[in-house]
Design a protein around this ligand. Structure first.
Ligand SMILES: [Zn+2]
Length: 118
């Protein structure tokens, strides 16, 4: 599990999970290959996007739940308003962290692919 958490966190910080140094993104956008260790960061057609969305959706859901909890504790809004506001917060969190979610997904896939090879 340690290797998994480390790969996830390294990707979240937008660093290559293989060498922890190479940047996942260039000025013009996401990189397909790590500039430092040549690890193939994305493999189109293998469902990378699905993992990215799973991570992004999970992060957004956590944002939604935290928002809902805070509104429940500290606001006087009705439940309908609480849900709408929290839904928007979840979407905003998802949008803001999307690049990092993509990086974390690259970390997860790195971890899985290394294990399949062994
Ligand atoms: Zn690398």
């Amino acid at each position: 599990m340690g290797g998994f958490a480390r790969a996830f966190w390294t990707g979240w910080r937008l660093r290559c999970p293989a060498c922890s140094e190479g940047s996942l993104e260039a000025a013009e956008g996401p990189r397909p290959v790590c500039p430092r260790c040549r690890w193939q960061l994305t493999k189109p057609g293998e469902g990378d996007w699905l993992v990215t969305w799973l991570v992004a959706y999970t992060v957004g859901s956590v944002g939604l739940l935290i928002s809902l909890l805070l509104l429940y504790l500290f606001s006087r809004f009705g439940i309908g308003t609480q849900l709408i506001v929290s839904g928007l917060v979840g979407l905003a969190v998802m949008a803001i962290t999307f690049r990092r979610s993509r990086g974390a997904a690259i970390g997860i896939l790195y971890f899985l692919r290394r294990h399949w090879e062994e």
